[in-house]
Design a binder for this molecule. Structure first.
Ligand SMILES: Cc1cc2nc3c(=O)[nH]c(=O)nc-3n(C[C@H](O)[C@H](O)[C@H](O)COP(=O)(O)OP(=O)(O)OC[C@H]3O[C@@H](n4cnc5c(N)ncnc54)[C@H](O)[C@@H]3O)c2cc1C
Length: 338
């Protein structure tokens, strides 16, 4: 097992921020992880597991062991007439897996096409888009438990999935290293989710009346490509903040002051669009040196080249302050700040 020293993480985070990892190891199998777990470097601190670095803002050098998860493999665990249960290695690329499922006519994650990142990180913030969340198809995952020094299997009830949240981001942060994720997908009679965003509009424009899961994925990809910057071209980590959820009384107060405020019903109250709130404060398209707020979607902070994580964080904090000042709402970062 090769543990490298002082490795640049610039190519391992989609913001493209330059920081160094004091120790760095890439794992391609569970056996390699188990061997790594026996080393002093692993045991002397809290390692940081890295997928594609598409939900992280590095604000300083990482004085910890960084473990790059490159465990690959896709295998069918079980099939019935309606359901296929598939296990994915945690280092597989999420979007490639979506396309793999479509190729095999396995339904359930087509609305999550083009989300960057790895399979192993998907449960961490319960990725979601266009009316679907990973938890909707989740069966279980396998992970190395740093507390018990053994592999464990966790099911949905163990993970406490919520909006961009799970135990892996909260109560069990840094405890588990996810090596495999198992999803329950539909093998026939796919339940399509077409009512979110502009999916129906795109399908109508293409004159598709009876869409397949491939059509839905393509519609989602078309919409996403028109709105979100490609990290390969412009450094970013997608939505920087979560959409805030407020209680009914707060919503009524905001609505009377801002009648056109967009809102969506949500389990915990009323969900507001963080992008709209930020845009109202005048940040959309803002640029200061290499740091900016994307001109097509105010929720996305961008690195035009050479930005430090500290400067991007400073911009995020200024945005938070102005939203707090104007609307009395505290925006919470969706991106992991390190
Ligand atoms: C352009 C763009 C669009 C995006 N759109 C969306 C979207 O629509 N919906 C959405 O939900 N997200 C979106 N994201 C955010 C991001 O793609 C997801 O959060 C993705 O799941 C992160 O995967 P990753 O492999 O890059 O994780 P990383 O950024 O590498 O890691 C994220 C967190 O997970 C932990 N982690 C990673 N792998 C493991 C593992 N194997 N075991 C334990 N912990 C682990 C890390 O330690 C870190 O805390 C977007 C990002 C970008 C850049």
């Amino acid at each position: 097992m090769l543990i490298e020293r002082d490795i640049s993480l610039q190519q391992f985070n989609t913001f493209g921020v330059e920081v160094k990892a004091k120790w760095f190891a890439a794992i391609t199998t569970e056996e390699e992880l188990q061997a790594l777990a026996q080393t002093d470097v692993f045991q002397s601190g809290v390692p940081l597991v890295l997928g594609s670095g598409s939900n992280i803002l590095f604000t300083q050098d990482v004085e910890r062991l960084v473990i790059l998860n490159s465990i690959k493999g896709i295998r069918v665990v079980e099939t019935s007439l309606d359901v296929v249960r598939v296990a994915f290695g945690a280092g597989e690329n999420w979007h490639d897996c979506v396309m793999h499922c479509i190729k095999h006519n396995w339904g359930g994650i087509e609305n999550l096409a083009l989300i960057p990142g790895t399979i192993g990180a998907a449960p961490v913030q319960n990725i979601g888009a266009y009316g679907v969340e990973k938890k909707d198809v989740f069966h279980s995952l396998k992970a190395w438990d740093r507390m018990t020094h053994a592999f464990v299997t966790l099911f949905s009830d163990d993970c406490t999935f919520g909006y961009r949240s799970s135990i892996f981001k909260t109560t069990a942060k840094d405890r588990y290293i996810i090596t495999e994720v198992v999803l329950n997908l539909s093998a026939s009679s796919h339940a399509l989710h077409l009512d979110y965003g502009a999916i129906r509009e795109v399908l109508k424009k293409k004159e598709i009346q009876e869409p397949t899961i491939r059509d839905v994925a393509q519609a989602v990809m078309d919409i996403r490509s028109s709105k979100l910057p490609d990290p390969k071209v412009l450094g970013n980590a997608g939505s920087f903040f979560k959409n805030p959820t407020v209680d009914q009384a707060t919503f009524e107060r905001l609505k009377s002051a801002h009648p056109d405020i967009p809102s969506y019903p949500s389990a915990g109250g009323v969900k507001l669009a963080a992008g709209w709130l930020i845009e109202q404060c005048g940040w959309k398209g803002f640029r200061e040196g290499p740091c900016g707020c994307y001109d097509k979607q105010a929720l996305v902070l961008v690195n035009y080249g050479g930005a430090t994580g500290a400067k991007l964080l400073e911009l995020a904090q200024r945005i938070q302050q102005s939203v707090q000042h104007r609307f009395g709402l505290q925006l919470e970062a969706e991106v992991n700040l390190l």
